[in-house]
Design a binder for this molecule. Sequence first.
Ligand SMILES: [Fe+2]
Ligand SMILES: [Fe+2]
Length: 219
Amino acid sequence: MKARTTFCATDSGNATTSSDAVAQVSPIVTFTRMDQGTAEDYALLDELAKPYIAKTGERALAYLENLSEGFPGYPVDRLQHSLQTATRALRAGECEEIVVAALLHDIGDDLAPENHSELGASVLRPYVANHTYWMVLQHGLFQGYYYFDKIGLDPDARLRYRDHPAFDMTVHFCDAYDQNSFDPGYDTLAIDHFVPMVERIFARKPWGDHTTCDWPVQD
Ligand SMILES: [Fe+2]
Ligand SMILES: [Fe+2]
């Protein structure tokens, strides 16, 4: 995408103890200190991690549901806000990566309410382009344009990044999708609509070619 117009049994033959059975189902490494692990240990861990890593998108979606209980006082909860932000991005014709970024941009609100942008950006980073990561990382500061003057802060604080290539992209994200997505009357799509998109983005090889690009590309 360019700078933007619009813009994842046990062995039945022998009696076994319960600990034997567990060992057969889930092998474990030989060490209790990492500095004593063998190459075979680390190869085993790498193999066992693959199906776990493959479910990262699934866990992100489950975690997103926590946002329905956070930050009181807004007309919509953070889950609805996230869905609305993603819906607006989708309807504007943004690519799937931006839509997923929109869906997950506030996922850090639950566990890191004081620096939520960093957490959301870090979750996305191995699966998206550099500027998509940067957009999510900086969106909290850029959102300040709309309200920092009401709380004694500088609404133009984002201008420190005016020369960054993703500056306009991030301005647009906040203006068109994020700052305006607190509307209970908006026709927001349900989370089910976004599940396949999240699965496709998180099915990418972590730190694959997509992360060597500045801008999002269509798979
Ligand atoms: Fe945010
Ligand atoms: Fe937001």
